[in-house]
Design a protein around this ligand. Structure first.
Ligand code: NAD
Ligand code: MG
Length: 411
């Protein structure tokens, strides 16, 4: 269970804190780079890793003065090496190189790879005793038990970067978990908050990529549009805060100012507020438990005037109900959901399925997994990745069936 440490008189560290950024060329990676560049030397970058953009990775490595840059895509190695020639920054490529970056000597690792691809390198960092600032929620949805157990065994910090979980972490303020009645995560409602079910089902990738409040990578933006993101976040909260599904709630809040709430058993409620700017939780995690001044956006409640809240509509957003069902079912079903969702989002972005098919495909894969007797919570990362592989196979088989039948949507 995650609780803030109480260090009221902690002084600032004299030596810079060294950071590894996994997913350095992405949206969270760039916001992390902003915070580091603005830290007056309090933070320094040891290593960076990225997926398939050698030029972008070389740029961030040079700009931040990293010692090591690792690209997952081996075919980009020559370009990365060329772009780093003469800088003294070591270049490497391939899956093992990304893990090497995760293990590069540093105090904290920003885990901001998107999807299940982040599980192995993030777990490697955690197992090596690094503090982990966790943006990659899929790590916990896929292999939550293994991550939480590893962090507890070594006493390492798993700090939540996801804005809702970071707000909850701050609102908890080290309180005894026994005193917490429920945790509430807010959701902006995304671009389809007021749309009819029929219109949502037919939405295009361009429409789904138009998030009203946040600028994020494509996968999490699509997840947000269907509230699958909030479903994955319920599972993430379950692991981070040791809270069962019944004590986790979702509230739609279109202004994205209140990110998370903690309701205590005496009726008091603490909330975490911030502008919708990921640099707030990123800085909180990177400097934790210190709190220096940062350039993150501020907000003015009088100017905003109104904060609205409404219950989520699971009839129009079935992914949220599906994720909650998977969390309640347990036994590896969240791992299957995560895998099938990743395949479905990619198929939607490739215009092979409709928006409505994303939740339908994920649900069908979960049904198949339950029928086939998926009955064990994955205890290790290897176990979880085996279940993930099975979930992906089911999802691809279903997509192939769909293509062969000439149908445009899943029925
Ligand atoms: P993004 O698509 O913008 O960036 C993803 C990064 O991962 C890129 O640097 C990409 O090169 C890298 N990557 C992909 N595959 C890789 C691999 N195999 N090895 C190494 N690197 C690889 O995504 P993002 O929006 O920055 O999101 C990153 C993670 O943070 C996701 O899990 C997302 O759910 C989570 N998150 C993002 C936000 C946000 O505001 N963007 C908010 C909360 C949580
Ligand atoms: Mg979030």
């Amino acid at each position: 269970m995650l609780h803030a440490e109480r260090k009221p008189n902690a002084g600032y560290e004299a030596a810079p804190r060294s950071v590894v950024i996994l997913g350095a060329t992405g949206s969270i990676g760039k916001s992390t780079a902003d915070i580091i560049a603005d830290s007056n030397g309090a933070l320094r970058v040891a290593a960076v890793a990225g997926g398939r953009d050698p030029t972008g990775l070389a740029r961030v490595a040079r700009d931040l003065g990293a010692e090591f840059a690792a690209l997952a895509d081996e075919s980009g190695y020559a370009e990365l090496k060329q772009a780093l020639a003469g800088t003294g920054i070591k270049a490497a490529a391939g899956r093992a190189a990304v893990i090497e970056a995760a293990l590069h000597p540093a105090e904290i690792v920003m885990a901001a790879i998107v999807g299940t691809a982040g599980v192995e390198p993030t777990f490697a960092a955690l197992a090596a005793g690094r503090s982990v600032a966790l943006a990659n929620k899929e790590c916990l949805v896929c292999a939550g038990s293994a991550f939480v157990r590893q962090a507890a065994a070594l006493g390492t910090r798993l700090l939540p970067v996801d804005s809702e979980h970071n707000a909850v972490f701050q609102a908890l303020g080290g309180a005894d978990p026994e005193t917490v009645e429920k945790i509430v995560l807010t959701a902006s409602g995304g671009p389809f908050r007021t749309w009819t079910a029929q219109a949502i089902a037919k939405a295009s990738p361009e429409q789904a990529l138009q998030h009203p409040n946040w600028s994020m990578g494509p996968k999490v933006t699509i997840d947000s549009a269907g509230l699958m993101n909030k479903g994955l976040e319920l599972i993430e909260a379950h692991h981070l805060f040791g809270m069962e599904a019944e004590r986790l709630e979702v509230l739609v809040h279109p202004q994205s100012i209140v990110h998370g709430l903690v309701a205590f058993r005496d009726g008091a409620v603490s909330a975490g507020l911030a502008a919708p700017d990921m640099r707030v939780p990123i800085a909180h995690c990177l400097f934790y438990p210190q709190r220096p001044k940062t350039m993150a956006r501020r907000f003015d409640l009088a100017e905003i005037g109104q904060l609205n809240f409404e219950r989520p509509d699971s009839a129009r957003f079935p992914a949220l109900r599906l994720a909650r069902d998977c969390l309640k079912h347990g036994h590896g079903l969240p791992t299957v959901l995560n895998a099938a969702n990743e395949v479905a989002v990619e198929a939607f972005l490739g215009r092979r399925i409709s928006f409505g098919d994303i939740a339908r495909l994920a649900e069908r894969c979960c049904d198949v997994a339950v029928r086939e007797g998926l009955s064990r919570e994955p205890q290790s990362v290897e176990d979880a990745l085996a279940v993930d592989h099975m979930g992906r196979e089911r999802a691809h088989a279903l997509l192939a069936e769909l293509a062969a039948s000439g149908m445009l949507t899943i029925h």
